[in-house]
Design a protein around this ligand. Structure first.
Ligand SMILES: [Zn+2]
Length: 69
């Protein structure tokens, strides 16, 4: 369990071992799923991700475009 928790977690598919930028899974999460994921992992978010969460809350889904690039 400790090993898994240290791996990067993908915002798109929530899979372990990779991040959304290099996600092999092209399925987009919904805004609600993304929001829930961020809230559940709040303690582990880096500063950039915390900013993204605020953008999601304030600017709707537009912030997700950032993850696509
Ligand atoms: Zn993924």
């Amino acid at each position: 369990m400790e090993e898994a928790s240290k791996q990067p977690v993908c915002f798109k598919c929530q899979g372990l071992g990779h991040v959304s930028k290099v996600c092999p899974n092209r399925t987009m999460v919904t805004r609600q799923e993304y929001y829930n994921f961020l809230m559940q992992n709040m303690d582990e978010l880096v500063e950039q991700e915390q900013e993204l969460l605020q953008q999601v809350l304030m600017q709707d889904v537009a912030a997700l475009d950032f993850l696509e690039n």
